[in-house]
Design a protein. Sequence first.
Length: 264
Amino acid sequence: MSNGEAIMWSDVRFLDVLDIEIVDGEARLKLGDALHGTGMYARGIPLGMTGVVAFPDPFDSTGACQAMSVTTGSENYVWQTWDPRYATKVGNLPAGSRGFVTRGEARFLLNPEKEQISSYTLNGTDRMMMVDLDGSTGVLTLMVHDKFVQIDQATDSIKILCGSNWIELTKDVINMSAPAVNVVGGVDLGGDGTVPGEPVALAPDLLSWVAEVNTWIGAINTILGSSGIPVAGGVAKLPGPPGASPPAAPTASPLASSTVAAAK
């Protein structure tokens, strides 16, 4: 089909994608009836948005991708595809949202209402990896299982948590807690420093806070069924350390209120 060629649609059918063959970056789809495994081949890459290359998955025991096939003369073209197997991977996003998913756990979500960009995947069976940019709050959150980094524009702070160790940096002060601190090189505590410093007296409270944070991260890592959607929207705000401002709970996947309520 050349540019400017008149197209006479002789046949439009909705078929299952049975198999896919990639030749020099071009997809040839075998379309037909997934129930009986019979079909024919449609020529060429499925027609879609410019700049976006997406190849359908072949059918398996969970179902099949569906395609709208258009026949013109002796040629078959795939005009559009839809895979109902992956619709649940984005949750109930608001109107105007965009979601990019695969048959695995990796996904990329755009939420226009919150000016939010979220990318998410799993390492192994249950170790969540997430990067969340929330334009509505000015908060960047990075999480790898139980490791947590958050940059907050509103509070001018950076917060880091790893196991029982945590540190918060602001424009005015650094708050931290760790079982041990190793420093290579010289250390200058300044003329107003005390040895030991006052924060030592807060250690029991800080350890209790770290325990609460680990519980919070455990809730964030909760997975709904087999969809792999992080239950971020239904988790309470992260408790703050004594004398420090708390990081806000990330909202990686906006879920329906019924789903969030069930997760609480």
